[in-house]
Design a protein around this ligand. Structure first.
Ligand code: M6R
Length: 365
């Protein structure tokens, strides 16, 4: 049921205010300034003994894991490793007691993620799933977990499941933080910011017409760079993956400052760079990376916070999004990148919901 939308992907992009509300429903406690989860199957005492976390996943879910690394480090002060499930399953890393594994997966059926989970279980480590499909294999095999409640995701390119994964990781980081050092006041502040999020995503969707115009302008490019830093380095990877998957344009996501160590050689007047540059501690640094691209004649599309007039002087095109705290900015910034990929793909006549060579869930190795 497309509910009047031309494609599932667009419908699912537009469902994000609601899917985020559903992920948070009943999970925020003002009384304790924390998040609450029913299905972790580990006591608070067990969870306090966790001193290291491994996040494992594939594809877009792996990008959500990368955002989770920043969140868990900042809010819970936990050391985190993010592993491709396809790599983790065949490695034999020394994993100390007190390590918790999260398997992040929309479908709950991804073969590599399942195998990585089984391998960690076999070695005796507690495992939790962050999963969308209820009753899926990974949801059943993990010791416990959290459902996304995003509703069915039909488009092969993951959109709403990604933002639900990131918001769930934010709530989990809040929860782990509150079991440790995070203050009541800080917890209350984060809850307030989370509650405001669905409305901010609604406002972000107002950029649609502008994104469509920009998509038409750049739809003929053969290569794209996506650049962001810190919390928005994963946004750059995810934006590039969306474009690759559905428009078949070669795109690379990089931490913005890494560009000068190689990818800058790709820059010319035909290679657009998409800069993700919210307000925050690294804004000035990203701006100087942007200047380096402009100095080499590369077109620049910037995703920036509303009210940022500085960026408009340098970037060729700017997509404005609401200003949010840096921690939540990946959730807002990914929305225009999903729309950008969608419109570029449409412009090139691609099948956005069923891109070539891809399946919705990858149940083979
Ligand atoms: O169902 P999963 O989240 O485990 O799937 C993982 C990847 O196969 C998936 O995210 C893939 O990268 C998507 N096509 C991304 O849009």
């Amino acid at each position: 049921n497309l509910s009047g939308f031309p494609h599932y992907m667009l419908k699912e992009i537009y469902e994000q205010p609601e899917s985020l509300e559903n992920a948070m429903r009943g999970r925020l406690s003002d009384e304790d300034a924390t998040a609450v989860f029913g299905g972790l199957n580990l006591s608070a005492q067990d969870l306090r003994r966790i001193n290291r976390v491994i996040l494992t996943a594939c594809g877009t879910s792996w990008h959500a894991a990368l955002v989770g690394e920043y969140l868990l480090e900042e809010l819970a002060r936990l050391p985190v490793e993010v592993e491709y499930a396809s790599e983790l399953r065949y490695r034999n890393p020394p994993v100390e007691n007190g390590t918790l594994l999260f398997a992040i997966t929309q479908s709950g059926e991804t073969a590599d993620t399942l195998a990585a989970l089984r391998e960690m279980k076999r070695k005796g480590h507690p495992t939790l799933a962050i999963c969308n499909v209820v009753g899926s294999t990974i949801a059943q095999e993990a010791n416990g977990g959290v459902y996304l409640h995003a509703g069915p995701e039909v488009g092969v390119a993951s959109t709403k499941a990604y933002t639900s994964q990131v918001v769930t990781l934010t709530m989990l980081s809040l929860y782990f933080g509150r079991l440790r050092h995070l203050s009541f006041e800080a917890g209350t502040r984060i809850i307030g910011q989370l509650r405001a999020l669905p409305q901010l995503i609604r406002e972000t969707l107002h950029c649609h017409d502008e994104v469509k115009r920009i998509a038409e302008k750049y739809a003929h490019a053969s290569n794209f760079l996506y650049l962001g830093r810190q919390y928005n380095f994963p946004t750059a990877l995810e934006g590039a993956l969306k474009l690759k998957e559905i428009s078949y344009i070669h795109a690379e996501g990089y931490p913005a400052a890494e560009m000068k160590h190689g990818p800058i050689a790709l820059v010319d007047e035909h290679t657009p760079s998409v800069f993700i540059m919210p307000q925050g501690p690294v804004y000035d640094k990203v701006m100087s990376n942007l200047e380096e691209i402009k100095a080499r004649g590369g077109p620049v599309i910037a995703i920036a916070a509303r009210g940022d007039s500085e960026v408009a002087r340098l970037a060729d095109d700017v997509i404005y999004v609401p200003e949010v705290t840096e921690m939540l900015s990946p959730l807002v910034n990914i929305v225009p990148l999903q729309l950008l990929a969608y419109h570029i793909a449409l412009h090139r006549g691609c099948d956005v919901d069923k891109p070539r060579n891809l399946a919705k869930s990858v149940t083979v190795e």
